[in-house]
Design a protein around this ligand. Sequence first.
Ligand code: AMP
Length: 191
Amino acid sequence: MINIVLFGKPGAGKGTQAEFLKTKYNLTHISTGDVFRYNLKNDTELGKQARAYMDRGDLVPDELTIKMLQDEVEKHPDTAGFLFDGFPRTIAQAQALDAFLKSKGWQVTATIALEADDEVLVQRLLERGKTSGRADDQDETLIRNRYQEYNEKTAPLMDYYRAQDKFYAVNGIGSIAEITERLSLVIDKLN
Ligand code: AMP
């Protein structure tokens, strides 16, 4: 069982890299952003509860997010491991993830941050917004609010995982293949 958490600000390339890594390492990819967007699109109860937060570029409350993540994990009891993309994003979520995995005899193996300069990322997201159709990628104010959420609530997680000796960072600027290679170097050393 190997459980990897991918960190990085919106636009850092988590989703793109997860697509490669999940195949390479046979991991179950859970993107909380994707699950929320699916629920929004299908107008589920969860979607209704999450919508206002997502429209503002705010984090969805922990309680809702943690419950949703646990439900997703429960769908894959026989997996070789998970690739968490966009979760955890707060200390409360990280603590809940630790406790939840522990209850199953599992644990977070490592967390890897994709690092990139804010200004590069804002431009990337605005570019992505032209084709993704995501409202939160099309408005610079919303994008900057998502970064503020990241800096306030998610950045402290780096110390949380550093204290457990589970934090790694890679340079997120370069070609997709180069970055997959950098991430693979970290993952290959884990076992
Ligand atoms: P993402 O696709 O990861 O950028 O997520 C899009 C939006 O979904 C975020 O701006 C949040 O509103 C919500 N979201 C995704 N993951 C989480 C999380 N772990 N905690 C709270 N909100 C989240």
